[in-house]
Ligand binder design. Structure first.
Ligand code: ZN
Ligand code: ZN
Ligand code: ZN
Ligand code: ZN
Length: 736
């Protein structure tokens, strides 16, 4: 971490020599730069954020720098932009639909650079964005408005050049020594704009003309009268002795005024409250909410290819392979009549050849020929000569077709394909290199039992006993899980696409604008990416135990065999929506939903993941918000991993070596399954910040589909009807 500027830039000798040189040359395009930890640069100091240096000397606005560009591999790049595109589309559709009247302009929902000419979201991956490592950002002093704490007088500058040319005076007009302080309250609007707390207002009829920089009396001198703790009691006051008129702390957002001016020309009227900015402390989190995402890196490009909407038939075949559905290819008759005689002959010959190879146990040759056959079928399908492959489950086929519009984060098809790649790349291929270790057969780094037959048998006996209660089939430590975190933009006033403003007791819904970071050289916008390899624990539950528990809880549509839970999950899945809002854990008035295999399995995995995260945080010294989770619901599996940007010191390995029993037992201990806030939390199914929840930014599902009751039994969560039967806990259902 580098030091801040050596001098305070607010007074008459404010600038470091280099900063002054910048000002003299009037080159404002190159702000001074600072280094912070990478995670901080990508979030707390991301462009558009306001911050002060540790000493509290002066508020600055973070601005992007063209620094440390990074070229991602094509698969990561695709995963990254798929994620951004999904977030942008989701944001847009929710903001645009927030109300019917007056109508919403697309520009009120999204930054111009994410909108096509037709007013729908459009991301130009290649030309608009550039990926940067967040090692440095620039900053500029902002806001440039100062108040004398002795007399309340205000001085505002239009730029740093203006301020350098006209330094703040040492004395106020009546002769006292001025005590200038930068105003630490700013105006913010959900359009993403910020303005200094200036007494001068925009000309509402022509915002482009700028602010009217004088009082009605002609004076340009104002003071800020600060009385009471509410901004409503604060006033600007004209300092002309014959006037002394006061005005409220109001400002209209120039961006919104511009949109409304165009609407007015089309006869659409808006309420003025829609343009009003809000005074907020620069420290308030509402000034800047960074938009971030994260994914586990994979190197098999089949994953991204399969999940492309155009790959319906390949995806359905892969899902069928993973979850043992039968796929019916077109009959020979259908093929023969659909394709030309030469093509049919080639196909039949290749098929015969492949069968011969298989009969002769020449596997690689057979596989290559079968791949050729598949390609021929795919080509005929693309040309619409033959029909799509038929799977023996119409529900599955319908869901694979529908998933294109589902929330990506909870798309079970995406997650099951990713799970297969995850297990192959990060577990199976890593066993030999000792980068993945099955915790039932630990290596010497993870347990003193390694290498000693008798100690190992005792270790396994204890482990199997706890796994029995936990319902765990397999637990694997992954030493180098590659995770990519990114941040590409921000919103203000609200972290959500819809902001509810209350005017005289009447709620008005406002669209919140998602902004990307401002452009750097060449007009491209930064996307900050953080790549890290950290330790992780992969957990898979025993299907038999999950099925027994589901059945005790009267969940409908269960499969006959435990091995079919994943298949049934995919058949019954529906769109969970962004952040699982339909299962909000806090909304008692919301629409009620029925217990289903997908929502119960998801809640079980999610609650268990949080239990283990809390246990891991307590015993390993990793901050609880520094642990991430990733769920693979159809595979009854999840992974929890350290997220830190600092080098991984092996806290998770150390946790296992020193405290593995305490770690697992904590997850099932009756004491840990109670909650200090008691009754109220139990009423909601059992999830509150005092027990199971994590910070909203840490949890992949905003703490929805999370309940202690699924583990220990008790009242079902709020989204179920009041008269729904009590939940039997997973740990209880499994008591011998
Ligand atoms: Zn003064
Ligand atoms: Zn006046
Ligand atoms: Zn609680
Ligand atoms: Zn969570």
């Amino acid at each position: 971490m580098s030091k801040g500027p050596t001098k305070d830039w607010r007074s008459t000798k404010p600038f470091t020599p280099s900063a002054r040189r910048d000002l003299d040359s009037k080159d404002e395009s190159k702000p001074p730069r600072m280094s912070r930890s990478r995670l901080q640069v990508a979030t707390a100091y991301a462009p558009g954020a306001l911050f002060t240096w540790e000493g509290g000397t002066g508020i600055c606005l973070s601005v992007p720098l063209d620094h440390d560009r990074v070229k991602l591999d094509p698969i990561s790049e695709r995963q990254l932009f798929d994620g951004i595109e999904e977030m942008v589309n989701n944001w847009f559709s929710r903001a645009l639909a927030c109300r019917d009247d007056p109508p919403i302009d697309p520009r009120q929902c999204l930054d111009d650079c994410c909108l096509g000419l037709d007013g729908t979201p459009r991301i130009d991956r290649l030309n608009q964005f550039v990926t940067l490592r967040p090692s440095k950002v620039g900053y500029q002093p902002w806001p440039l408005i100062y108040r004398c704490s002795q007399c309340g007088r205000l001085t505002e500058y239009e730029s740093m050049v203006d301020q350098a040319a006209n330094p703040l005076p040492h004395e106020c007009p009546d002769g006292h020594t001025s005590k200038w302080r930068q105003l630490d309250v700013v105006f913010a609007h959900w359009s993403g704009e910020l303005e200094p707390l200036s007494p001068f207002r925009y000309d509402e009829r022509n915002a482009q003309a700028g602010k009217i920089r004088q009082c009605r009396c002609g004076s340009t001198e104002f003071a800020l009268r600060v009385r009471g703790s509410s901004f409503r009691q604060w006033k600007f006051q004209c300092l002309s002795p014959g006037c002394l008129e006061t005005r409220d702390l109001t400002q209209k957002d120039p961006f919104t005024l511009g949109v409304f001016a165009q609407h007015k020309a089309r006869g659409v009227e808006h309420e003025q409250v829609e343009a009003n900015m809000l005074p907020v402390s620069y420290r308030a989190s509402s000034v800047h909410y960074p938009q971030t995402g994260r994914f586990i890196k994979l190197s098999d490009d089949r994953v991204v290819k399969l999940l492309d909407a155009s790959e319906f038939s390949s995806l359905i075949k892969e899902i069928a392979r993973l979850h043992a559905f039968n796929v019916v290819d077109p009959s020979d008759d259908e093929l023969q009549s659909a394709v030309g005689p030469a093509e049919w002959e080639a196909f039949a010959k290749t098929r015969k050849f492949a069968a011969d190879m298989r009969a002769a146990s020449l596997e690689p040759a057979a596989a290559a020929l079968e791949k050729q056959l598949q390609e021929m079928l795919d080509a005929w399908r693309t040309a619409k000569l033959i029909s799509q492959p038929k799977v023996d489950s119409p529900r599955l086929a319908a869901n694979v077709q529908a998933r294109g519009t589902w929330s990506r984060r909870f798309d079970p098809f995406r997650l099951t394909v990713e799970h297969a790649a995850f297990v192959s790349e990060h577990i199976d291929q890593n066993f030999a290199r000792k980068l993945a270790v099955d915790l039932r057969t630990p290596d010497a780094l993870l347990s003193t039992a390694a290498g000693d037959e008798r100690t190992l048998a005792e270790y396994q006996r204890k482990l199997d006993q706890i796994f029995g209660v936990l319902g765990v089939e397999r637990m694997v430590l992954v030493r180098n899980l590659p995770v990519l975190e990114y941040s590409f933009g921000f919103s203000r006033v609200s972290a959500d696409p819809v902001y509810q403003r209350i005017l005289n007791g009447r709620p008005i819904l406002m669209p919140v604008r998602l902004k990307t970071y401002p452009p750097i050289e060449g007009g491209v916008r930064p996307v900050y990416v953080l790549e890290q390899e950290n330790e992780a624990i992969y957990v898979r539950l025993r299907p038999e135990r999950v099925l027994a528990w589901l059945s005790e809880n009267q969940v409908p549509d269960l499969p006959d065999e435990a091995s079919r839970i994943g298949a049934r999950y995919l058949e019954l899945a529906e769109d969970f929506g962004k952040d699982l809002k339909i299962y909000s854990s806090r909304d008692s008035q919301g629409e009620k939903r029925r217990r289903s295999l997908p929502n119960q399995v998801y809640t079980l995995l999610h609650s268990l993941a949080h239990q283990l995260i809390h246990a891991m945080a307590d015993l390993s010294g990793i901050d609880r918000n520094g642990i991430g989770e990733h769920l693979f619901p159809a595979d009854l599996a999840f992974v929890i991993y350290r997220k830190g940007m600092t080098p991984d010191l092996g806290n998770v390995s150390a946790l296992w070596r020193n405290h593995w029993e305490a770690f697992l037992e904590r997850a099932i201990s009756p004491r840990q399954l109670r909650c200090g806030s008691g009754h109220l939390c139990d009423e909601r199914g059992g999830a509150c910040p005092a027990c199971l929840m994590l910070a909203d930014i840490t949890c992949i599902a905003k703490n929805n589909l999370l309940a202690r009751a699924v583990l220990k039994g008790g009242r079902p969560p709020m989204w179920e009807a009041r008269n729904a039967p009590e939940l039997v806990g997973f740990f209880k259902a499994c008591d011998p």
